[in-house]
Design a protein around this ligand. Sequence first.
Ligand SMILES: NC(=O)c1ccc[n+]([C@@H]2O[C@H](COP(=O)([O-])OP(=O)(O)OC[C@H]3O[C@@H](n4cnc5c(N)ncnc54)[C@H](O)[C@@H]3O)[C@@H](O)[C@H]2O)c1
Length: 255
Amino acid sequence: MFRLSGKVAIITGAAGGMGLASAKLFAKEGAKVVATDIQFDLLQKEVNAINKSGGDVLALELDVTSPEGWKSVVEKTIKKYGKVDILVNNAGIHIAKGILEAAVDDWNKVIAINTTSVFLGMKEVIPHMQKNGGGSIINISSIAALVGGASDGGGAAYSASKGAVRSLTKHAAQNFAKDKIRVNSIHPGAIYTPMMEKSGLSREAAIDLLKSDYPLPPHVGEADDIAYGVLYLASDESRFVTGEELVIDGGFVTR
Ligand SMILES: NC(=O)c1ccc[n+]([C@@H]2O[C@H](COP(=O)([O-])OP(=O)(O)OC[C@H]3O[C@@H](n4cnc5c(N)ncnc54)[C@H](O)[C@@H]3O)[C@@H](O)[C@H]2O)c1
């Protein structure tokens, strides 16, 4: 018996970083996974590797800002696996521009990918969870939704987008508890994924830069540190947990 036996999960942004780590862990724990990303070739390559080691994962291209894209992914999920038990809204981007530097286009892009996507995903999946007698939705927010300062890497729209994910999670948790649908948010601190790599920092440089903000060694987390939290919230082990904020940040917000 595995922790997600018999469950069907949709994960966004699964071609790398936390989304990929969650897809691998879910497959290992017995879930059937629909892994989605806008980078389809990379996603398919990663999914092939998971399936080679015994997973049951379907790769689908999805731009999370597209309502039609969401409709198609959910339809294909129901066709192949018959239901959706778990939705992980993980896809996201970061633009390191403050209020004075960001253009309106930067703002709109970040809000669309980080926040509107969460609304669209829940809108499409919740009716199926209602029919199915319940489900678990995990929205990846950030410590930027909780505190200011270094938490948002200098991104004004990023901060706002993740704050909105936090409050939208609570809205959904209240409204769909009656349907046994649980909705929780995860608030990662600095995690070494392709997102951080793209900013030009090596892991060692990131640790050096961040160790005074993140008291718990190794001072910068790994994608698996988040995936284990996602797994807990996805599984029935958290059946009495909803509207909660799981902070995984090496102690950043405790300062
Ligand atoms: N890495 C961190 O330090 C950190 C900290 C706090 C929160 N987060 C959040 O965690 C989540 C995962 O981040 P990560 O670090 O693994 O990032 P990542 O860049 O490694 O992975 C994000 C994935 O999202 C995909 N994506 C981007 N735009 C998309 C779109 N329009 N449609 C579909 N997919 C799209 C990318 O292709 C990528 O595979 C994000 O929501 C991010 O904001 C990250």
